[in-house]
Design a protein around this ligand. Structure first.
Ligand code: SF4
Ligand code: SF4
Length: 181
């Protein structure tokens, strides 16, 4: 199981296309039911969390760019002792998709791997990495998390390695072989 965030980031970027193809294949072409996929997702996530402690990792808070709602900005401004205008100017930025994000990483509320506004953290922080939701319902979102979250990375790698989830790849001449990483 990979636990080193730097190595995970490297591998996830390198495997992004393959990961996207795998998730699409699993969603649209594989005969497993949603329930079967979810059961495997939960099993693999539990296995990963036996080895990975979020309180030691904190990589989502340290490295991912947090998307903010208007309510998040107002709440964070209060927590930081700033006006909303000051917070927007200092700590948030609007990106090409028209949404607001924290300007810099790590998050300004992260101290020694702990969130200093834990009880009032933004809603997007609460359920992260959203493994209580079905990975295949938001493939784009899952792919964004893979390079940053060791648990999501290992869940996906575990799925790809499952003996009943081996894709076949066409070879010249029509012969097929399993995909290799
Ligand atoms: S608000 Fe807290 S939980 Fe959310 S990114 Fe910042 S430190 Fe992490
Ligand atoms: S949710 Fe993922 S990235 Fe965030 S602390 Fe836990 S293992 Fe690390």
């Amino acid at each position: 199981m990979e636990t080193d965030p730097k190595r995970i980031h490297r591998l996830a970027i390198r495997r992004e296309k393959d990961n996207r193809n795998f998730l699409r294949w699993l969603k649209y072409r594989h005969p497993w039911s949603r329930r079967q996929v979810m059961e495997l997702q939960v099993e693999l996530a539990n296995r990963a969390w036996e080895r990975i402690d979020c309180r030691e990792c904190a990589n989502c808070c340290a490295a991912m760019q947090l998307q903010l709602t208007a309510a998040d900005c107002a709440q964070m401004a209060t927590a930081a002792g700033m006006t909303l205008a000051e917070f927007r100017r200092e700590h948030s930025e609007r990106q090409g998709d028209g949404l607001w994000y924290l300007k810099r990483q790590p998050c300004l509320f992260l101290r020694e791997n702990h969130c200093t506004i834990y009880a009032d953290r933004p809603s997007r922080c609460c359920g992260f990495p959203y493994l209580h939701c079905h990975m295949l319902d938001d493939i784009a979102g899952t792919l964004q998390q893979v390079p940053y979250c060791p648990v999501v990375f290992n869940v996906l790698e575990g799925m790809k390695a499952h003996p009943n989830l081996q894709r076949k790849r066409r070879r010249p001449g029509g012969a097929r072989k399993p995909t290799a990483e």
